[in-house]
Design a protein around this ligand. Structure first.
Ligand code: ZN
Length: 187
């Protein structure tokens, strides 16, 4: 397994819509293993393939390091589709491995209903709430080229502008590998 450098704010791949996955070959299995390794190494709870330069509709989630989720089993979501959102919305602070050192409260539906495939391409439907629903919505956004900062109001965007510009220029201190300049991994 290996840790893959993560793409950060400003990189075009993060704005790309991921392609649907039609089969799980050896490379996809390797990618998923490496995504888990990369996420854990950076102390993340979720990671989408687009964040490591691959425009495939895959994200991974592991909440086992989060309080009250100690028994959580790592999950892989392939070709996920959120089918329904609760009317009730909640505000929770979010961060993103692609937007290092920036955290902000984001309002999103409290619970969701999601359809996805596992690594055997078996179909599942899951009702998720609270923190899991939050992480899933954040990762699903990545597969649509959306970042959590896109959800903020103009005031908040203004406040974060400087930090985001710095990330674009790689003027950041960070203890996990990032893609230094967007390279040719974007097809
Ligand atoms: Zn993210």
């Amino acid at each position: 397994m290996s840790v893959i450098p993560i793409n950060v704010y400003g990189d075009k791949i993060l704005r790309k819509k991921a392609q649907s996955v039609s089969n799980i070959d050896f490379l996809a299995v390797e990618l998923i293993k490496n995504m888990f390794e990369t996420m854990r190494h950076a102390n993340g709870v979720g990671l989408a393939a687009t964040q490591v330069g691959i425009d495939q509709s895959i994200f991974v989630v592991d909440l086992s390091q989060v309080e009250d989720y100690e028994k959580f089993k790592p999950m892989v979501f392939i070709n996920p589709k959120i089918l329904d959102f609760s009317d009730k919305k909640v505000s929770i602070e979010e961060g993103c491995l692609s937007i290092p050192n920036v955290r902000y409260e984001v309002q999103r539906p409290e619970s969701i209903y999601i359809n996805y495939f596992d690594t055997n391409l078996k179909e599942h439907t899951l009702e998720a709430d609270k923190f899991l629903a939050r992480v899933i919505q954040h990762e699903q956004d990545h597969l649509n080229g959306v970042l959590f900062t896109d959800h903020l109001d103009e005031d908040a965007k203004k406040k974060l502008k400087k930090s985001l510009e710095k990330i674009k220029k790689r003027e950041i201190e960070i203890d996990y590998p990032i893609v230094q300049k967007e390279n040719l991994r974007l097809k």
